[in-house]
Design a protein. Structure first.
Length: 228
């Protein structure tokens, strides 16, 4: 990465799947290269602190409770408005003195039945109709991209401070730190070269079995249980 990291990035296995899908699309279709470049650029900016995202998310029936999440805007076409979203969570450092963490959850289209919010909720195992009492600490403001940049930034700063101070804000068990050895972010999805040892992503995976994947529906929503 070109700038000095100020955040440790955590990637869920589903987010890695998103990146690989974008890379495959770009190889098949040159018009998809710009989108992939913009996603990788935003990942780098999230690592260096050059961006804190566009605005904080909230609770909305049908989309679920995402009050601990932040969304960034990504363009798939330089001539059009941003139509993709990248969602992440702020998480405190694992140990005193370590960098604070940003857990990348999903990068998907803004609209459509399988949009970014459906995937984000599913990956957090949150049903779209449920509120989660533990997230009340983040306030109850609905998700809204409106307001001035200063107002949105102030809300992002406040929610980040809350997330960093709350021990309950922990990464998913599928999340792994992203460490790039002598490489920019695009090395994560670059096909192997003749010298793969010189450029490679490294995931620090703790011992033990990988958590099972459960996809009961196309969006991955878990079965709803009353009173969750």
């Amino acid at each position: 990465m070109s700038g000095r990291p100020t955040y440790e990035l955590l990637l869920t296995h589903k987010f890695v799947d998103d990146l690989r899908r974008l890379a495959a699309d770009a190889r098949r279709d040159p018009t998809q290269v710009f989108l992939r470049q913009q996603v990788l650029r935003q990942i780098e900016q999230l690592s260096t602190g050059a961006t804190d995202g566009h605005h904080a998310l909230g609770y909305e029936p049908g989309k679920g409770d995402l009050r601990d999440c932040v969304v960034g805007y990504v363009q798939s076409d330089p001539e059009r408005k941003a139509d993709y979203r990248l969602v992440f969570r702020e998480i405190a450092s694992a140990e005193s003195g370590d960098l604070p963490r940003r857990e990348l959850l999903a990068v998907r289209p803004r609209h459509g039945p399988n949009n970014i919010y459906a995937h984000t909720g599913a990956r957090l195992d949150r049903h779209p109709s449920d509120r989660h009492p533990g997230l009340n600490r983040f306030g109850d403001r609905p998700a809204n991209s409106g307001g001035s940049e200063a107002i949105r930034q102030a809300e992002l700063d406040t929610k980040r401070a809350i997330a960093h101070a709350w021990t309950g804000q922990q990464p998913l068990t599928s999340s792994r730190p992203l460490t790039l050895v002598n490489a920019p972010p695009h090395a994560l999805t670059t096909p192997p070269t003749r010298h793969p040892s010189t450029i490679r992503p490294t995931f620090h995976t703790p011992p033990g079995p990988r958590p099972p994947r459960t996809r009961p529906a196309p969006t991955g929503w878990p079965t709803h249980t009353t009173g969750r």
